[in-house]
Design a protein around this ligand. Structure first.
Ligand code: UGA
Length: 447
């Protein structure tokens, strides 16, 4: 099939690469000339495991091409995917201006029947909006259909998620249109769900809102665990063993970040209000998430004391492992806040350091390996659970530190190991190992 994907961000680029790999003829469109030039030379704008190899393979075989010319992309294709950014507006709603611009451009170049597919994360009702823009701006009496086909890939495992999705959701106005899209996805042999357009749009938002709810739920459980001396990782394991709950997304930590959950939860709340259907659970999810970093900072301050000229080593900067994405990364908020009080930093992240530099204070130092961050450090803070941090020889780090103190925002080490190695170790929702008792953030309750 001839496919056009407009927008070469995470979703668009991965979608284009995967469709090409499945044997389709794909043209990817982006209005950023520099990005398109680089893509033509197989230089990826983002880090995503397996992406470069997949694009290279399909560039060489001539199944994928890149252009800034929307008209060319639209005319060559039977199906046009919209995969542009949908950032949050100031009032928490979703800014659909990029979607609107692209819909206008498609309308101008539409020359025969096409299926226009919304892959960007958009609030319910956007299908109608795109349809109305196409109707109002098309130059000829040409028919088209608008479909919602939300994307569920995660950054860091985008290719794998796209090739082995839990489900493919197609929200189409009628069965025939849905069948055309099914054909495109058939080689994946994944479970397919055909719905109306509104329901498909809701599935995407409701899924992200529910996952964010799981995270805020376990983070609230972690707070109580800290107060009573329970271990949230064991609690999550016990809860997750119940199939109805499931073990995924029960990792307590610094709260959800990235480019999706923070904006999608706010947008869902906005949609709920718009339809006079308040969603108090989600209000609490957002509030709980916003409290994660201040709470962690309070603990650091209580234990380290005066921050002036204190040296912190930082392991991990990206919002999550296997990505160089710094959008809503908790490291930014934490480092900037402590730096304001006079703390100094040496940071290490396997791939996100270049992207982090513009977001962090100028005097932050960057290490070439994780061990260097321990040098003369008063404490180490773990912000991202990169796999390579789990296997570090911690005794080598301990010996270089001024105080063998680790604040672990991601619970990557077992408590008994840290105790054995003689670390002071403060993690999330678990007993703090400290040389001297420090007043906990929440007074322990008597049980
Ligand atoms: C998320 C969803 O997981 C995808 O299904 C969805 O397609 C995507 O948003 C999107 O809407 O585009 P992503 O933001 O890439 O994917 O990353 P996640 O792995 O979901 O992590 C999001 C945040 O939650 C991260 O900050 C992560 O550290 C945090 N998290 C995740 C936790 O704090 N605990 C967990 O147990 C899981």
């Amino acid at each position: 099939m001839n496919v056009c994907v407009i927008g070469t961000g995470y979703v668009g680029l991965v979608t284009g690469a995967v469709f090409a790999d499945l044997g389709n003829d794909v043209v990817c469109v982006d209005n950023n000339e520099e990005k398109v030039e680089k893509l033509k030379n197989c230089i990826m704008p983002i880090y995503e495991p397996g992406l470069e190899e997949m694009v290279r393979r399909n560039l060489e075989d001539g199944r994928i091409s890149f252009t800034t010319n929307t008209g060319e992309g639209v005319r060559r294709s039977d199906v046009v995917f919209i995969a542009v950014g949908t950032p949050a507006a100031d009032d928490g709603s979703t800014d659909l201006s990029y979607v609107e611009t692209v819909a206008r451009e498609i309308a101008q170049h539409i020359d025969r029947y096409k299926i226009v597919v919304n892959k960007s994360t958009v609030p319910p009702g956007t299908g109608d909006f795109v349809r109305s823009i196409l109707e109002a701006n098309k130059r000829r009496r040409i028919d088209f259909d608008v479909v919602s086909n939300p994307e569920f890939l995660k950054e860091g495992s985008a290719i794998k998620d796209s090739l082995e999705p839990d489900r493919i959701v197609i929200g189409a106005p009628c069965q025939n249109v849905a069948m055309s899209l099914l054909e495109l996805y058939a080689p994946l042999e994944a479970p397919m769900l055909i719905t109306d357009v509104y329901s498909a749009e809701m599935i995407k938002y409701a899924s992200n809102a529910f996952l964010a709810t799981k995270i805020s739920f376990i983070n609230s459980v972690a707070n109580i665990c800290e107060a009573i001396g329970a271990d949230v990782t064991l609690v999550a394991k016990g809860m997750g063993s119940d199939k109805r709950i499931g073990k995924e997304f029960l990792m307590a930590g610094l709260g959800y970040g990235g480019s999706c959950f923070p904006k999608d939860t706010l947008s869902m709340i906005h949609t709920a209000r718009k339809f006079q259907q308040p969603f108090p659970i989600l209000d609490a999810v957002v509030e709980t998430n916003e409290d994660r970093v201040p709470r962690f900072l309070e603990r650091i301050r209580a234990i380290v004391g005066d921050l002036k000229d204190k040296r912190f080593g930082v392991l991990g900067l990206a919002f999550k492992p296997d990505t160089d994405d710094m959008r809503d990364a908790k490291s930014v908020e934490i480092i900037n806040s402590l730096a304001e009080a006079g703390a100094k930093f040496r940071c290490y992240d396997p791939i996100a350091m270049e992207n982090a530099k513009p977001l962090l204070p100028d005097d932050v130092e960057y290490a070439s390996n994780p061990y260097e961050v321990a040098e003369d450090a008063d404490a180490i803070i773990i912000m991202t659970e990169w796999k390579e941090f789990r296997g570090l020889k911690l005794e080598n780090m301990r010996d270089k530190m001024r105080r063998p103190l680790i604040f672990d925002g991601r619970n990557i080490y077992p408590l008994d190991r840290m105790e054995r190695l003689g670390f002071e170790y403060v993690s999330i929702g678990r007993k703090a190992l400290l040389a001297q008792a420090t007043a906990p953030v929440v007074a322990p309750v008597t049980v």
